[in-house]
Write a protein that binds this ligand. Structure first.
Ligand code: S3P
Length: 461
């Protein structure tokens, strides 16, 4: 599938973007291994979260999707109630699903195998294999190259460890905390920079013994083994208000909103509202970075929904300036760098992003994909081992800083959506190839983009 975007009208109106993928994965995992019933509202419909749902179904968890609406009911089996699946668990494109599940499966009394698509099977897993092995897990890369498939054998017992993450990674932290639920003693994880804390928040919602300690640098969290996760008793009282069940509502995904925040900022005359978006401070680097560049973003109706901060975000067109973005900020905007690169290209002056080497091991090598895409659209860019310098064309531009062209998304959903948005600020049509994986996180992207005013056409390769 390819997308072609032609420059045109400004973005207008109020939209709701796809449900949060990170929170959705965790909601399915925790609800499945909790005792009791959880109702999940607005669960992500993307293929990544579907892979997590199918994995737990294969392990004996009953997951009912109420016809048509976005509510999913999960009857948790408790920490020790999962059953051996009939075959390997295929997690498609999803690194989050594979890494978090590895933490759970290491603790099961049966063997398992985790695999994925070509992209996932090329992603580094030593980062979870090493600490899980320290905990006593028997987990290995099948081919020995450190990538999936991962083969897991039952371990007699897991023991808690204190682990300092070499790179800030919420996925690794979460895998260790999940394994820690099954381990003897406490498992603590320290990260060199703050990473998203959805796991910690959700553990607390399920009554797990999670703790964070304030030694000043903030990101040390831990969990004690031997407890249990509790949802509800499932009894209900028939009035449909969910008594006896834990109800969790998933916010809209800030990582999906990012494309529209950038589009509204860089396309002249735009003004949009994004409803019900998660604005967790461990994820909201995109907001502070865009503001530092000069964007007009406003949070309205700030509230807390199911333990997560949520707001309506207003964005309007603004003149941007280039800035320097360092490692700490990158960690808070790790999935938004492709969208930010599009904003940087529209800014006056240069933007340098450093401390972003992790982007080379995401669904694609995102530093290389962004550099190639910007170059194809006439933007001067230098690629560094851990970042990019983007020479913005904001000053004295006519209709838009980009020229038309053809972009290869490399099968990466975020590269595809970032360059689709660039098409709205171009002088000619931008065609993005290999876009089917947009469905991993944002199945309704084209409809939402059109509703906002972006002229998107879908075609075959
Ligand atoms: C995620 C964490 C991030 C992010 C990924 C989702 C999560 O990965 O890039 O898309 O849900 O925990 P790392 O924490 O490994 O950098």
């Amino acid at each position: 599938m390819r997308l072609t975007v032609t420059p045109g009208a400004p973005l207008r109106g109020a939209i709701r973007v796809a449900a949060d993928k990170s929170i959705s994965h965790r909601a399915v995992i925790f609800a499945s291994i909790a005792a009791g019933v959880t109702r999940l509202r607005n669960l992500s419909r993307g293929a990544d979260v579907r892979a997590t749902v199918e994995a737990f179904r294969a392990m004996g968890v009953r997951i009912d999707e109420a016809g048509g609406d976005a509510e999913v009911k999960i009857r948790g089996v408790g920490l020790h109630g999962l059953r051996q699946p009939p075959g390997a668990i295929d997690l498609g494109n999803s690194g989050t699903a594979l890494r978090l599940l590895a933490g759970v499966l290491c603790a099961q009394p049966w063997p398992s195998k985790l695999t994925g698509d070509e992209s996932l099977n090329a992603r580094p897993m030593a980062r979870i294999i090493a600490p899980l092995t320290q905990m006593g897990a028997r987990i290995a890369s099948e081919s020995g190259d450190g990538c999936p498939p991962l083969v897991i054998a039952p371990a007699p017992r897991l023991r808690g460890i204190d682990y300092a993450l070499p790179v800030p990674s919420a996925q690794v932290k979460s895998a260790l905390l999940l394994a820690g639920l099954y381990a003897d003693g406490a498992t603590t994880v320290t990260a060199p920079a703050a990473t998203r804390d959805h796991t910690e928040r959700m553990l607390a919602a399920f009554g797990a013994p999670v703790f964070a300690d304030g030694d000043g640098d903030g990101d040390r969290v831990g969990v004690r083994g031997g407890g249990e996760l509790r949802a509800g008793d499932g009894a209900g009282d028939g009035d449909g208000d969910g008594d006896g069940e834990l109800v969790l509502e998933v916010p809209a995904d800030l990582s999906a909103a990012a494309f529209f925040l950038v589009a509204a900022t860089v396309i002249d005359g735009s003004e949009i509202q994004l409803r019900g978006v998660g604005v967790n401070p461990t994820r909201s680097g995109i907001l502070s970075i865009l503001r530092r560049m000069g964007a007009g973003l406003e949070l309205r109706a700030e509230r807390v929904v199911s333990g997560e901060p949520v707001a309506d975000i207003h964005a309007r067109a603004a003149k941007l300036r280039g800035i320097d973005i360092g490692a700490d900020e990158v960690a808070l905007a790790i999935d938004e760098i492709p969208a930010l690169a599009v904003a940087a290209a529209c800014a006056e002056g240069s933007t340098t992003i450093r401390g972003a080497a992790e982007l080379r091991v995401k669904e694609s090598d995102r530093l290389s994909a962004v550099a190639a895409g910007l170059t194809a659209l006439g933007i001067a860019v230098e690629e560094h081992p851990d970042g990019l310098t983007i020479h913005g064309r904001g000053e004295g531009r006519g209709r838009g800083p980009f020229r038309g062209g053809i972009i290869d998304s490399r099968g990466d959903h975020r590269i595809a959506m970032a360059f689709a948005v660039a098409g709205g600020a171009a002088t000619g049509a931008v065609t993005v190839r290999d876009c089917a994986n947009i469905g991993t996180s944002f199945p309704g992207f084209c409809q939402t983009a059109r509703a906002a005013g972006l002229a998107v056409q879908v075609g075959d390769e």
